[in-house]
Design a protein around this ligand. Sequence first.
Ligand SMILES: CC(=O)SCCNC(=O)CCNC(=O)[C@H](O)C(C)(C)COP(=O)(O)OP(=O)(O)OC[C@H]1O[C@@H](n2cnc3c(N)ncnc32)[C@H](O)[C@@H]1OP(=O)(O)O
Ligand SMILES: CC(C)C(=O)C(=O)O
Length: 559
Amino acid sequence: MSMLRDPSAKYRPFGQINLPDRQWPSRLIERAPRWLSTDLRDGNQSIIDPMDAVKKRRFFDLLVEIGVKEIEVGFPSAGATEFDFISGLVRSGDIPDDVTVQVLTQSREDLIRTSFASLEGARAAIVHLYNAVSPAWRDIVFRMSKDEVKAIAIAGAKVMRDEAARYPDTDWHFQYSPETFSTAELDFSIEVCAAVMEVLAPTPDHPIILNLPATVEAATPNIYADQIEYFCRHLPNRESAVISLHTHNDRGTGVAAAELGLMAGADRVEGCLFGNGERTGNCCLVTMALNLYTQGVDPGLDFSDIDRVIETVEYCNDIPVHQRHPYGGELVYTAFSGSHQDAIKKGFEARETQNDEQWRVPYLPIDPADLGRSYEAVIRVNSQSGKGGFAWVLEKDQGLKLPKKMQADFSRHVQALADELGRELNAADIWDAFRRAYHVKTHPKHFQLVRYEESRASDGTRIFAGTIAVDGVEQSVSGRGNGLISSVMGTLREAFGVDLEVSDYSEHALGQGTDARAAAYLECRSGDGRTIWGCGIDEDVATASVRAVLSAANSAVAS
Ligand SMILES: CC(=O)SCCNC(=O)CCNC(=O)[C@H](O)C(C)(C)COP(=O)(O)OP(=O)(O)OC[C@H]1O[C@@H](n2cnc3c(N)ncnc32)[C@H](O)[C@@H]1OP(=O)(O)O
Ligand SMILES: CC(C)C(=O)C(=O)O
């Protein structure tokens, strides 16, 4: 097998930020930031087939419905599809009053003018200007000095200022991104941003948005937090700027970086639903928002029907949401493994007796119901599963609440089936296995209940009379006794030599209304020392318990 080569010559450690009195590690995120969705821009520029106007509109409507108030709707100078969508949306009058659209442009005069033109007639809009500032981009892409790169930003800002004046009916907001901020010298990013602010003259009442991207994530998230705190502390006229975060996920920590960035003093977060975006994607707004939610902070975004959100996102991006994606993935609330299932089942049982709302179900960081998910898929059964798993499935699917000791008995049947099939066992598999194991609602080979009647003698003794088919031949049986079960058991012993002693019995109601039935469970000891279980389900408890006796008798003679 080949080995990775020694990386030390090719790659260098990122190093540290000189901020010994950093404050962010001891801060909490106590309120939601301003959110900007860049699904229709950064997300759209990263997919194989960019969205057409129909898909963009559907995505836009979804974002509005979720409650996103700032939406980057595209890159108007990219081409006619983008321009026409944006100007069509503006002219449609369908942008709600509390939603502001944003467009992105390189710092090139013609592109900036095109961007303003696309927004003609907008009530309010954010024009977002960017140019890369870090050494690699300066040296390789622009082949420019620091001053020349700063001049690109200043020139772009001047065009923005002048264009805004040409369309006085729109409430313009300006955003500037020193692209590649996280790999640039911090003091240089501050210098460029301050120069842009000088041109655009923001005030605390009409601030500029300074968006600080980790264009390519290159360090651990604490470094990004240090960079944000440093920037916030050293930016002149800080109160006239909204500090915005725009992280990517190249190292898999885009959300973590944005969270620490908020602790470091930022006000706003840009990202995409389910983390779509260039390469490994942008910061995932769903994860960010629901992380806040699970800390008791209202994120201001509504994911209460997450499956509908996923459906639209998958349709528009033509990329599936991964089954393990935080909060949204199909498998993220599912436990296959025995000890997890056991803990989850106990967690739900504890919830029924708990008298406060606090969510404390082990292994589930959030109540799936809050996102519109049912509890059905919380536990699924395969060869890694334990008793809690099939007991949960039988309870949810059939309403059965097996006694703990019977679960242990049924466990070997389930384990054998899972090993034999080598796949997940669905609810039907488990129910079939249960019916076969305990001769429930099957046509058992030996004892079958044909008819059953119960009466009371004048002294109150119960009298049982009925017909049992034994190997297909009907036989009358009867018995007397205080306990119906022992009476039926006695009859079976006398008439057919079934050698069983009842050691435990339980019953519970099943279903409601016209579906109401009863389930009875019987633990018996056979003459040769084995433990044999029986289960009966019928319209009333008495018949269910008679069936439970026959179920145990069938097992006794079958094994
Ligand atoms: C990190 C990000 O996600 S940034 C957003 C990136 N998104 C997009 O680019 C999607 C839309 N873009 C496009 O459709 C095209 O890039 C267009 C139509 C806007 C422009 O296309 P082109 O004119 O062919 O230029 P292209 O994008 O290749 O840029 C190359 C030139 O612009 C310069 N440039 C790149 N970015 C910037 C910038 N932000 N500001 C100013 N100049 C820039 C480059 O240095 C290069 O200059 P050169 O030709 O003198 O070497
Ligand atoms: C334009 C900027 C904000 C960007 O998309 C990035 O740096 O990733």
